[in-house]
Design a binder for this molecule. Structure first.
Ligand SMILES: Cc1cc2nc3c(=O)[nH]c(=O)nc-3n(C[C@H](O)[C@H](O)[C@H](O)COP(=O)(O)OP(=O)(O)OC[C@H]3O[C@@H](n4cnc5c(N)ncnc54)[C@H](O)[C@@H]3O)c2cc1C
Length: 304
């Protein structure tokens, strides 16, 4: 149990529920926006972040989406990650973030999925992404180690797609947000009240009993987001699902990076420094309890 801390004031322009990567990025972007001069409170119930998604991320980014807005967001993210120092006011303390652009490789084993990949590639290309549709021969030429039995094609993009150092980015979000005046407290939002018209949240109640009035509330509570929104009487379609990650060593390393390869089975695998990293959802992919972080190790043998 974390020791609760109190905020220095009883009113903030913006109260952010959850101080992991999304909550801290909102605080950082607001703090660095010259048009914003309001006060920011970030309420985080567990500053160790042990059970946050942020602490478990595989830290990969891609531009292979089928909706234009997602591709454009990802292009901005790539630019942001590569130019973090500039985005944080040319702060010389900000070092270049590690970024390995080995790309995602989506493999298709049937015509319908290959057609989807071709259609997505056209949308991505129109948005300026570097995705290429590859035949099995193209893939074999670039990556001779794949077993391509049953594979009829794949989409791959080597530009601004792959692994980046998300941990350091998260650290800078928090540091910059604090330096620009955002206040972080260790506490839990347990209730909210709406204004008389019911159009906005006007205060949040913390586990400590403190009531904080606010101009705006940002719900950045990850898989718990629906529990948070229910405090304001709003139902949103967010539910926790299990995702498993396995890191393993190989007796013989491949002679080049293994792209983040998404096999038609749903298993993905990629290079992870001197190791490899694989992951997948369970076959029975249902919503789980909010505090269920049990890993099913048998999936390594039975599926991966
Ligand atoms: C195994 C795995 C691999 C992933 N790989 C990738 C990847 O390669 N690329 C990618 O882009 N994404 C990946 N993701 C997804 C990514 O990690 C999440 O989208 C991201 O971390 C979500 O951040 P968040 O801040 O919204 O939520 P979280 O990190 O879950 O943080 C929510 C925070 O809210 C706090 N909180 C909750 N309720 C309250 C409350 N009432 N009061 C106060 N605090 C509260 C929690 O303590 C927590 O710290 C992966 C996720 C997992 C689990």
């Amino acid at each position: 149990m974390n020791e609760l801390s109190a905020s220095s004031r009883k009113r903030y322009d913006v109260v952010i529920v959850g101080g992991a990567v999304i909550g801290s990025s909102v605080a950082c972007f607001l703090g660095n926006n010259p048009d914003f001069d309001g006060s920011i409170l970030v309420v985080e119930k567990d500053p160790t972040y042990e059970f946050s998604s942020t602490a478990h991320t595989n830290s990969c980014m891609r531009q292979q989406f089928s909706a234009e807005i997602n591709i454009r967001i990802s292009k901005f993210v790539a630019d942001y990650v590569k130019n973090l120092r500039h985005y944080l006011g040319d702060d010389p303390r900000v070092l270049d973030l590690a970024f390995h652009s080995y790309g995602y490789m989506y493999l298709a084993d049937n015509d319908a999925f290959a057609d989807n990949l071709r259609a997505a590639q056209k949308i991505q290309q129109a948005c300026g992404a570097g995705t290429q549709f590859m035949t099995p021969d193209d893939i074999a030429r670039e990556y001779p180690f794949y077993n391509l039995d049953g594979i009829i094609g794949g989409n791959h993009n080597l530009i601004d797609e792959g692994y980046f150092d998300g941990g350091t980015l998260f650290d800078w979000y928090k540091r910059s947000a604090r330096e620009k005046g955002a206040e972080y407290v260790t506490n839990e939002v347990v209730a909210m009240t709406r204004n008389a018209a019911g159009t906005r949240v006007e205060s949040v109640t913390l586990l400590s009993g403190d009531v904080i009035t606010c101009g705006q509330v940002v719900n950045a509570s990850g898989p718990c987001a629906v529990l948070t929104s229910r405090m304001a009487g709003i139902e949103i379609p967010v539910e926790p699902r299990k995702r498993y990650t396995f890191v393993f060593a190989a007796e013989t390393l491949l002679d080049r990076d293994l792209p983040l390869t998404i096999d038609p089975s749903g298993v993905h695998v990629r290079s992870d420094g001197a190791y490899y990293l694989a992951g997948c959802p369970p076959d029975d992919d249902h919503a789980v309890d909010y505090d269920d972080f049990e890993q099913d190790h048998s999936i390594w043998e039975s599926k991966v």
